[in-house]
Design a protein around this ligand. Structure first.
Ligand code: FAD
Length: 374
């Protein structure tokens, strides 16, 4: 196996899906990797994620490209990880998107999905609702069937990545409290742990993967227009019988149906205002349940058995999440998940970092997605 990072020492601050994916990919590429997590790995935004990994639409924006690359990379990663942790669910799923009214650009839309690589087709309400118990066919006008959706269970995926990383020789420090990156000399940085000690001094690369707390971790460095805002949101898991389908409701009425071989669920998710770290309120939860009930009239509050609640890193700049080298500090890099796509983009983000660290890519002082995605 090629080991393009053989002998390279990497320190990673933050063990969410992005930090762990980067850690695992770097170890596989031969690097000596140490990961520092303030609490336990996967307890940040990643714990709240629904785990949808979608191919998305065609499009040339850096985010769309990263999302597509993320889907393809996850297709490769899942079989690799399955041997380690069989519970990682990740087969390709069917998805059905419901539309309240027939989109005026229906043909163009279908062409766009087909061009993106989906086996896409429109279904009338009776055809779409037939295999899905409880779905009211009168609640939508048309449905789009897609075949390119992957569902992973984020805690299981985190566990698999963690185990793979550690068994590959990676060093993991959990519950170390918040680390800070501080300037040192003209163009360097140091990592300071919560006891005030400098750690990983000999690292060749330092990756900040601290999710929405990335700005705080970089607190005393000059800010080169780095803006990562927490963006709250909830998801609901609902019992529905017989439960052969996972349903993902968007808060703006977009709806996915995802076939899944587990004994529940419906999922939904909302997005709260940027910058807010307020806890979930009942109104938010009720609004989400109302979206579900519009399609499944028999659902009530008692169907809710899990509320996923988390702060996503909203890290948008020039169409992409933050992924790149920190200007003027050659050892320092940053990678965050993006909003609703951190799980979806994690595998590609990690592969991009390995490629860049292997000398293949130019760095990007603007912190947008690295160039050169296929
Ligand atoms: C309800 C909901 C549903 C979602 N559904 C999906 C979905 O279906 N698909 C999808 O792709 N995405 C989804 N997301 C988004 C996804 O959860 C995030 O984009 C992703 O988890 C972000 O990963 P991350 O590694 O950047 O951040 P995090 O998971 O937050 O990880 C950052 C880690 O860094 C640690 N840390 C922070 N500061 C420090 C420090 N100073 N020192 C050391 N450690 C530190 C934290 O403790 C944390 O463990 C969803 C989010 C929510 C809230």
């Amino acid at each position: 196996m090629a080991r393009p990072l053989a002998g390279v020492r990497i320190a990673i601050v933050g063990g969410g899906i992005i930090g762990l994916a980067a850690a695992r990919a770097s170890v596989h590429a031969g690097a000596d990797v140490t990961l520092f997590e303030r609490d336990r790995v996967g307890q940040g935004a990643t714990l709240a994620a629904s785990g949808l990994v979608t191919l998305g639409l065609r499009g040339r924006s850096s985010l769309r490209q990263l999302k597509r690359a993320g889907y393809r990379a996850m297709e490769r990663w899942i079989p690799e990880l399955k041997g380690r942790l069989p519970e990682v669910a990740g087969e390709r799923r069917s998805a059905i998107r419901l539309f309240e009214t027939v989109p005026p650009t229906r043909d163009k839309l279908l062409a766009a999905w087909l061009e993106a690589g989906h086996d896409a087709r429109f279904l009338d309400p009776a055809e779409a609702a037939a295999p899905i118990p409880g779905l009211d066919p009168a609640s939508f006008s048309i449905a789009l069937h897609l075949d390119q959706e992957i569902v992973v269970d984020p805690p299981a995926l985190i566990q698999a990545l963690r185990d793979d990383f550690v068994s590959g020789g990676g060093v993991l420090h959990e519950e170390v409290g918040p680390l800070s990156i501080v300037p040192s000399r003209a163009n360097d940085v140091a990592i300071i742990d919560s006891g005030g000690r400098s750690v990983a001094e000999d690292a060749d690369r330092i990756l900040v993967a601290s999710g929405w707390q990335s700005v705080a971790a970089l607190g005393s460095l000059p800010d080169p227009s780095l803006a990562v805002a927490p963006t709250g949101g909830i998801g609901l898991d609902l019992h529905a019988e017989p439960a052969e389908w996972t349903v993902h409701f968007g808060d703006k009425g977009r709806t996915h149906w995802l076939k899944r071989g587990v004994d529940h669920v419906y999922l939904g998710s909302t997005v709260r205002g940027e910058g807010s770290t307020e806890p979930t309120d009942d109104a938010e939860r009720s609004a989400l349940l109302a979206v579900a009930r519009a399609h499944f009239p028999s659902l009530d509050e008692s169907a809710v058995f899990r509320v996923r609640d988390g702060l996503r890193p909203k890290a948008q700049r020039r169409g992409g999440p933050f992924l790149g080298a920190y200007p003027g500090r050659p050892r320092l890099w940053i990678a965050t998940g993006h909003y609703r796509l951190g799980v979806a983009t994690a595998a590609a983000t990690a592969e991009q970092l390995v490629r860049a660290w292997s000398g293949g890519e130019p760095t990007d002082p603007g912190f947008a997605v690295l160039r050169g995605l296929e």
